[in-house]
Design a protein around this ligand. Sequence first.
Ligand SMILES: Nc1ncnc2c1ncn2[C@@H]1O[C@H](COP(=O)(O)OP(=O)(O)OP(=O)(O)O)[C@@H](O)[C@H]1O
Ligand SMILES: N[C@@H](CCO)C(=O)O
Length: 320
Amino acid sequence: MAVYTEVPPEELEAFLTCYGLGPALTFKGIAEGVENSNFLLETPQGRYILTLYEKRVARDDLPFFLGLMEHLASRGIACPTPLHAEDGAILHELAGRPAAMVTFLEGLWPRRIHPFHCQELGTHLARLHLAGGDFPLSRPNNLSVTGWRPLYEACRSRADEVVPGLALELGNELAFLEAHWPQDLPAGVIHADLFPDNVFFREEKLTGLIDFYFACNDFYAYDLAICLNAWCFEPDGAFNATKARLLLAAYRNVRPFSGAELDALPLLARGASLRFHLTRLYDWLNHPEGAFVQPKDPREYLDKLRFHQQVRGPGAYGLD
Ligand SMILES: Nc1ncnc2c1ncn2[C@@H]1O[C@H](COP(=O)(O)OP(=O)(O)OP(=O)(O)O)[C@@H](O)[C@H]1O
Ligand SMILES: N[C@@H](CCO)C(=O)O
């Protein structure tokens, strides 16, 4: 349950007054999500999401995340728009935490992925990349190749508890990726965590993209690699090339990618697998006993990594 911080009613009322909103008609904690405390708030003026930023989100990064959502929304991307309070600022403090309010998006995230989801996702991901092209702020991706070794070192001594031989296998993969990671593919603002639980649909159409708290500047094709992993494997672990083809083809219709981007996809997909494997492994080995939030299984991403290691070219992803 991701409500780490309780909000006293009198503080909420004062907070809403700063936005010219209120009173709260309903105010409910949202159980989903693991990073921040989220609340659904209904006011006479409409529905909003209130987020209190917990410690894993660096305060210095909040202007980038919130500014990006505002920028993208103003260019027609279906993402939450932060509200400005009457003092003009987006970010305030509530219950001792940095806090912001964003618009509520309709739709539900898909529990079971169908090919049309991947097609819609490809179109909207490409639009997001284009719309972010003139966003003036930037933020390095601290979970790209240079960020993986510290995570690996933090997990290394206990990795074999999770899968026998894992420390050696990950060490070899990391060395390979460090030696071969591309230097100069087309880059810009990427979402970097566009998993199904961050994408809303209604009647087979994409209605919203949320959770921009890993957004950063990196290769556009790396965002596609993250999506290939998160959307194109079946629950039994099988790769679905039809879904991959639909995702990539829909993306390419909006933002054509270069031959270099296409050729780099297998390597980027290995990197994307290692990134989510390592963060999950770290959380798996370090979560407090009896914590509310159950860590995600890192082995899912080890299997994806092993799949991409066998891929010999982008044709495996259904494209020519
Ligand atoms: N703008 C929005 N409109 C409607 N629902 C939203 C919105 N933002 C968040 N939610 C709801 O809150 C839930 C948690 O949001 P989110 O995924 O951003 O949480 P988090 O804890 O910040 O991130 P993470 O998924 O990385 O743990 C979502 O699954 C969704 O149900
Ligand atoms: N999407 C991440 C969780 C952090 O948002 C994962 O599945 O490991």
